[in-house]
Write a protein that binds this ligand. Structure first.
Ligand code: ADP
Ligand code: MG
Length: 564
């Protein structure tokens, strides 16, 4: 990790050419296409000149849509690894810089361009990484107009724009220019510039729209809507790994609060044409001269950086000659991965300017940048100290001779495992506490319910004491028992009566001959009497049986009552 932080990637500024199609005004003027592209090669030919670039887009055989995939997407990848990135659109007015960058973003329908695609891609990635990484994203949008820096996101300048209308050049007096300061570490800062925090693509797009509207625009002979200012839309991003995403790492690394920083400049430069070609005079001419000052310095910087001999001699690079070059110091020859897109018109009427653009852009290919991963200095220092501590601990253990280095590593791994399991146990304890609290609540509810029932019973007792209630209950039971006893007595008396009545009858029956015996000679009356007695006896035995049952039943109930 430490070595990664120190490593810087040396690579040249990549230059792509974007050739827009002939537009209606050029066709109406009878212009013809004077630019040809060598088949299968990134080479542009115009009159007797031939220039080779990293990529060429827009002519037949090369897809315009691949600008983003081939030139910008690798920069976004780097941006998420902590590298700075810059995309610069260079070319004469009307060559398609704003169209290519998408700086004129209104958020409605047909607004294509690089910036909207960058926003879309960044937030798609942020969304995919949000479980493991925290992001802080801010944007600023400035323009350099007549060698002054203005904040396009300044709420006051926005209000002024709405009143005056976007297509009208605004007097610079209504806006306060922003001062450039050098930081202690040699960087550049803009004093008081709005750096708006954004959490979504929509929010970021709203700032792009706001700035686009506020941007100074005026009309010239070449392009009625073209801007004569340099516009720089910058995305700042801070990334921090969420610490619980580090589970399984060595314990010293778990606390690692490595913060990656990065800035992404998206630059729509003003028209590169010479002042005389705009047909401008007065105020417009002055604006043209100022624009050229920025672009002239940019050209000088490119020359100084692109010349290998001068570079080796440690020649002076005139960054301080203009605000544009001061602000883009990192992007050209510094800590950034940079792509320049040279926009050109294929019309023969623009041939001279097109050749100038291609020459200018071609020199930029020689610029060597030294992009490096940007880390928060404090977090970086902490990380280094942590590594040092770890090393010293290992050495100490080794010197004591108590255990070998491998043993130390094993122990450290064990600690990290124990820490993980400790975390799990803590969670379990937390869950148990929640269950316990729930049960306590249930017990409390039951107590309340019980109290309520007691109150209900109290009111039902009507002021009587429990003894009184017991007495009443007892009286009732005694009455019942008495009732049962008298019934039993009655039934017993009845039984005795019946038994005494039935016994003589049975004796009689035994003395007399039976009905079947014809020799018995008994008369009909005697027979009738005996059968009547028999019938009575049967009835009595049934009754007796019933009474027995009833008695048993009563006994049972009596027992139950007693037990109650
Ligand atoms: P610049 O910003 O360089 O002055 P613009 O981006 O304003 O130029 O483009 C000038 C005109 O050319 C605009 O009308 C724009 O719609 C048109 N244009 C630019 N590039 C393309 C392209 N690739 N395809 C079609 N039209 C384009
Ligand atoms: Mg423009």
């Amino acid at each position: 990790m430490d070595t990664e932080a120190k490593a810087s990637q040396k690579e040249c500024v990549k230059v792509a050419v974007n050739i827009r199609p002939l537009i209606t005004t050029e066709l109406l003027m009878g212009c013809t296409d004077c630019v040809t592209v060598a088949p299968g090669e990134p080479q542009v030919q115009i009159s007797s000149h031939a220039f080779t670039f990293d990529h060429v887009y827009g002519s037949s055989g090369s897809l315009y849509s691949s600008i983003f995939e081939e030139c910008v997407l690798p920069l976004i990848e780097g941006f998420f690894h902590g590298y700075n990135a810059t995309v610069l659109a260079y070319g004469q007015t009307g060559s398609g810089k704003t169209y290519t960058m998408g700086t004129n973003y209104t958020g409605e329908g047909n607004c294509g361009g690089i910036i909207p695609e960058v926003m879309e891609t960044i937030f798609r990635k942020v969304d995919a990484m949000k479980d493991t990484t925290e992001f802080l994203i801010r944007v600023s949008f400035i323009e350099i107009f007549k060698e002054e820096v203005f904040d396009l996101l300044d709420p006051q300048s926005h209000a002024a724009t709405r009143i005056e209308g976007a297509a009208v050049a605004k007097p610079t007096t209504s806006r306060a220019p922003i001062q450039i300061r050098e930081t202690a570490s040699g960087g550049i800062s803009l004093v008081g510039v709005t750096e708006a925090e954004v959490r979504s693509k929509e929010e970021m797009a709203s700032y792009l729209t706001r700035g686009s509207i506020a941007r100074a625009t005026g009309s010239t002979n070449m392009n009625s809507q073209s801007s004569r200012s340099h516009a720089i839309f910058t995305i700042y991003m801070e990334q921090k790994k969420i610490s619980n995403a580090c589970n399984g790492m060595a314990y010293n690394e778990v606390a690692g609060d490595d913060i990656l920083l990065g800035k992404f400049h998206l630059v729509d430069l003003a028209g590169s044409e010479r002042a005389k070609r705009t047909g401008a005079d007065g105020l417009r001419l002055k604006e043209g001269i100022h624009i050229n000052r920025g672009l002239l310095s940019l050209g000088n910087v490119i020359s100084a950086l692109g010349d290998e001999k001068k570079r080796k001699e440690g020649g002076h690079v005139p960054y301080r000659d203009s605000k544009l070059t001061r602000l883009l110091q990192d992007s050209l020859g510094g800590n950034s991965k940079t792509v320049m897109i040279a926009c050109i018109s294929p019309a023969d009427s623009n041939a001279e300017e097109t050749i100038n653009t291609l020459k200018y852009a071609n020199r930029a290919r020689n610029i060597q940048n030294k992009a490096m991963i940007n880390r928060d200095p404090v977090a970086d220092e902490m990380q280094k100290m942590r590594c040092q501590l770890e090393q010293l601990q290992a050495e100490l253990v080794f010197c004591r001779g108590g255990s070998s280095l491998e043993e130390f590593q094993v122990l450290r791994h064990k600690i990290s495992l124990l820490e993980t399991s400790n975390g799990e146990l803590r969670q379990e304890l937390k869950d148990q506490k929640i269950t316990c609290d729930h049960l306590k609540q249930c017990a409390l509810d039951a107590q309340v319910e019980k109290d309520k029932l007691i109150l209900k019973i109290e009111s039902a007792r009507n002021g009587k004491s429990w003894d009184e209630i017991d007495e009443t209950e007892k009286d009732k039971e005694i009455d019942l028992i008495k009732g049962y006893a008298s019934k039993i007595q009655e039934l017993e008396a009845e039984l005795i009566r019946v038994q005494s009545f039935s016994r003589p009858c049975r004796n009689l029956m035994m003395d007399f001959p039976t009905l079947d015996d014809p020799s018995s000679g008994c008369d009909a009356r005697t027979f009738d009497d005996s059968s009547e007695a028999e019938e009575q006896e049967r009835e009595h035995s049934i009754l007796q049986h019933q009474l027995d049952k009833e008695l048993q039943e009563l006994d049972k109930r009596l027992e139950q009552k007693e037990s109650m």
